[in-house]
Design a binder for this molecule. Sequence first.
Ligand SMILES: O=C(O)/C=C/c1cccc(O)c1O
Ligand code: FE2
Length: 323
Amino acid sequence: MPIALVATSHSPLIGKNDPAPEVRAEVDQVLGAARDFVADFDPELVVIYAPDHYNGFLYDMMPPFCVGAAATAVGDYGLPAGPLDVDRDVAYALARGALEAGVDLALSEAMQVDHGFVQPLTFLFDSLTSVPVVPIFINCVAEPLGPASRARHLGQAIGRTLAGLDRRVLVLGSGGLSHDPPVPRLAEAPPEVAQRLTHGRNPTAEQRAQREGRTLAAAVEFAGGATGLRPLNPDWDRLVLRALADGDLGAVDGQSNDWFVAEGGHSAHEVRTWIAAFATLGATGPYTVRSSFYRPIPEWIAGFATVTAVPQPSAASLEQAAR
Ligand SMILES: O=C(O)/C=C/c1cccc(O)c1O
Ligand SMILES: [Fe+2]
């Protein structure tokens, strides 16, 4: 099973509160190169690990992990809406493999996904249905959260099941790195917000516009130097990137949940999607990073990174290539 990885930040502020033109151009060049990397690999399936932001997963039922056997994009922040082309048989195979491996992966026949899943697909493909996908939700916002190492165990179980698949698989991780966008927390939420975090699925267009307007306003203030949100943390981001590139996932996922928040802000837990993606890539052997981009972009409320990686060539394949 040929496999390749792309892990990338997402931010719904892209195109809405852009940084200086040269910074935006640099990111566009990086994402264009990632798109070329994917086109060269020509995946037959995309397994995407991503968070949700109280659009598809709320406190009425909040699993740590959930694989979608069918999924629909909600169309937040003006992103595409509608059904994804989910490979249902593979979704069930991945669920069975994870459960047999001791990872309690929930399954949904009606998953709703937001910008966390959709935006990276728009970075890399012409449409949401260009390539069959299997979406795997990782809870990165709704406390309580389990230890980050559970994301590695999930990724390893998924990788071992995929290894038996005779298809070119792109594994995609979406989120991070350090960032603290104004995503509400139930423990601090006033009653009307707590109600939305529990029963607020399918908001009206007006409600969605109000929420997205608040996020945009927070981004403008943050980029202007306001201190209402925790600062981005480039040093922590580079530590995370280095550890994942070195295959030392434990250096990150062995840390406490408080460490993630103290170092990277409340949404730094989105790094769990990167941990799962690299664990999937590494489930069948060592890997090597092909490209790595990082830049703190306060206008997008994101320590923004995009990385591509592939399995390390085996001695046999190197010997064969040398003939
Ligand atoms: O609207 C939301 O819930 C989240 C917005 C956001 C902003 C910046 C970076 C991210 O990863 C986000 O999800
Ligand atoms: Fe996010």
